[in-house]
Design a protein around this ligand. Structure first.
Ligand code: SF4
Ligand code: SF4
Length: 382
């Protein structure tokens, strides 16, 4: 990957942070960037400050997981510095830096915002609440997306569906200008439909909408399911006796303990016994896909996926993010989406192969068509 020369301001910031770091090593055990570079935060920060330049494989090998900032006793915000470097690289060059592999993210985002794969439909008694499943769940698991929405409609009559992207991948790559453009489009959609509350199934959407749309209440599906209850008949299903399970918390939920509590409440209602990872809840570690690492540095991503999946002896890892579920499979374990435990009794563990990229786009197209038939109340794209 290419290198960039830093501005004086940015170099100064690295000096300041290098001085704050006491080299305690608390952050390194859970840091995919450290696993890749082998440089302690103090060495990394002072090297960047001294040289006034950086090879872009450093910020693009950080998963932006936030473990470092959460754990650091001195308040060093390594994740924010890495984010800043990614945006700086875009602004400095006025185009994506060489070697970061932006093209697949760019086309994913372009199609995700196209009317071919997005829609908003509301019922006639619409009340300003929409279910927002994000991109991954409809791509990989259209069955679970549909079952979840039908259940929400049954329990929360008046809930609409918004199949849209939050533009998180564009922001993670550092293309802030494009992110603002996409996010503005999303905000217009919210305004057009008078959205007051968004129920998110994806932890990245949850975080992005919470951080960027102060006027809208973003709630996670898990908080809602805790409130409305799981479907009748799902309670006390119990584990299959021969299978051991462990729960992985997705890293975008780090700052939201109510989400962690709600997920555990639901698992208890389901009667599921599970083991906790040593690094869990607010101290959870990235699955290896954060910060688009699977695109920007695939070998580093795979190596971290194996490390994270190997941290439990359990045969199956339960999680509540579709991307994490895929990462845990790539890391060598079977994985299970929490929605499978709720809506697919008896069929887990799901032994089906993951859909190909083409099939995933087809799934998104198909579910959009299906949702367009559900709600007679109104739609934008018809
Ligand atoms: S955000 Fe995660 S990968 Fe990046 S420096 Fe912090 S702990 Fe390491
Ligand atoms: S936790 Fe903070 S002080 Fe300790 S090594 Fe990491 S950045 Fe430095």
């Amino acid at each position: 990957m290419s290198s960039i020369i830093l501005s004086e301001n940015l170099t100064g910031l690295f000096f300041k942070e290098a001085e704050k770091c006491i080299n305690c090593g608390a952050c390194t055990a859970g840091c995919p960037l450290y696993a890749y570079s082998g440089l302690s935060p103090q060495d990394l920060l002072s090297q960047i400050a001294r040289e006034g330049q950086i090879s872009l494989d450093i910020p693009y090998s950080c998963t932006l997981c936030g473990y470092c900032s959460h754990i650091c006793p001195e308040g060093v915000k390594l994740d924010q510095l890495m984010r800043e470097l990614r945006s700086y690289a875009f602004n400095e060059k006025g185009r994506p830096a060489r070697g970061i592999n932006y093209a697949p993210v760019k086309s994913h985002q372009k199609y995700s915002f196209s009317p071919l794969f997005s829609t908003t439909r509301v019922p006639s008694n619409y009340n300003g609440v929409v279910f927002f499943p994000g991109c991954s769940l409809p791509s990989f698991r259209p069955d679970l997306t549909e079952k979840t929405y039908l259940y929400l409609q049954e329990k929360m009559s008046g809930t609409g569906i918004m199949l849209k992207c939050c533009a998180g991948p564009t922001l993670a790559m550092g293309d802030e200008k494009k992110f603002q453009q996409y996010y503005h489009e999303l905000e217009q959609e919210f305004a057009q439909w008078g959205v007051k509350k968004v129920i998110t199934a994806c932890p990245n959407c949850y975080k992005t909408i919470k951080e960027n749309s102060g006027q809208i209440e973003a709630v996670s599906l898990w908080e809602i399911l805790r409130e409305i209850g799981i479907p009748e008949g799902a309670a006390n299903r119990k584990n299959k006796p021969h299978l051991s399970l462990a729960l992985h918390d997705p890293c975008p939920t780090r700052s939201y303990p109510t989400v962690h509590d709600s997920v555990r409440f639901i698992l208890n209602q389901l009667g599921i016994d599970f083991a906790e990872f040593k690094f869990n809840r607010q101290k959870t570690l990235c699955c290896g896909a954060g910060g688009m690492l699977g695109i920007t540095n695939p070998p580093a991503a795979l190596s971290w996926m194996k490390k994270r999946a190997g941290e439990t002896k359990a045969e199956i890892i339960i999680t509540y993010c579709q991307e994490c579920a895929v990462s845990m499979q790539k890391g060598g374990k079977k994985s299970l989406h929490l929605l499978d435990l709720i809506f697919n009794p008896g069929v887990w563990p799901n032994e089906k192969k993951n859909p190909t990229s083409l099939r995933r786009w087809y799934n998104r197209y198909r579910i959009k068509k299906a949702f367009n038939k559900f709600n007679p109340g109104g739609s934008k794209d018809g």
